[in-house]
Write a protein that binds this ligand. Sequence first.
Ligand SMILES: NC(=O)c1ccc[n+]([C@@H]2O[C@H](COP(=O)([O-])OP(=O)(O)OC[C@H]3O[C@@H](n4cnc5c(N)ncnc54)[C@H](O)[C@@H]3O)[C@@H](O)[C@H]2O)c1
Length: 337
Amino acid sequence: VKEKLSGLDLNAKPVAFVAGGAGFVGSNLVRRLLAEGWNVFVADNFSLGSADLLDSVSANNSLEIVEADLSLRTSALECFSQCARVFGDIDDVWHLAANSDIPAGVTDPNVDLKDTFMTTFALLEACKAWDVKNFHFASSSAVYGQWDGEAGLSETLGPLRPISNYGAMKLASEAQISAACEAFLSRVNIFRFPNVIGTPATHGVIYDFVKRLLDQPTILQVLGNGTQQKSYLHVSELVDAMLFISQHDSPSGGYPQILNIGNDDDGVSVKFIAEQVVKEIAPLAEIRYGSESKGWIGDIPRFSYNTDRLKAIGWRPKLTSKASVERAVFEIASQLK
Ligand SMILES: NC(=O)c1ccc[n+]([C@@H]2O[C@H](COP(=O)([O-])OP(=O)(O)OC[C@H]3O[C@@H](n4cnc5c(N)ncnc54)[C@H](O)[C@@H]3O)[C@@H](O)[C@H]2O)c1
């Protein structure tokens, strides 16, 4: 800490607190924030993430990483206090800590209550205590639930009918953040992410397929019948959008800004993803599909986004869902080979 406090211009830099910064998306965000001149304080319990994902920047004096369970109010408060000692007052909180394993939350809803909702609750308490005004939240398309309508899912029309505990606790988090916006926060962004892909992958459909094929190169067993059709976004573009939005937003006036981030194309099928992974890893492998139209309980078999709000702010992705998948398959295969 002393070494950091004696640093030359640390006080001149803005301070970001990244909850869940040792995860897949978080580690990408942390690298970008550092590159853009922020002091970054990462708090993570390493349940799903790992400090190893930040190895390439761990020597950076503007980065501090601590292990903490942010579902506990005392622990969140202690992290804010530690951050203040190392870097000074927090300017922006980026809340990405959550249980990202949806089936685990279906088996035991306590997982989502604790890691997805209580982390939000505790971080908001800490923001109130430390008078932090700017809050950015990683929400999810899972808040919408199943939707068979023609139009893409929109922030204003919903529907808001989650079909997983994960989605339910994300929606409950959004509600809690909304109340905090009225009471004490001033700049608030709720980002509803689609399926995000890229490296360093720790979970997700491409990661699973690559791992399975590396273990057993002759057969790829797919959960579901392969027709699930979803929109995908590359993590580099997601981080780009989050930073762009945070740089172009304004005081929320008592309401959070809620934004779908993603592609508004029709997405790609699981069958397409399976074929791409087979082509990359084991071209002779047989793909075996299940019979269900969804992969697991809580899986949303089909969704597409309305991104008019995002476009109105001036951001749109450069890669389609298909191009994002092709790029991520190559990257994840290189990561795991
Ligand atoms: N990756 C996606 O496709 C996707 C889609 C929609 C929403 N999201 C959301 O984006 C965020 C980041 O997702 P990700 O894919 O990087 O997942 P991830 O699992 O890699 O990252 C989540 C991080 O939160 C940490 N964490 C969990 N519980 C914690 C706790 N109690 N205290 C402190 N840290 C805790 C984990 O260790 C992990 O490092 C999550 O909130 C996730 O719900 C991700």
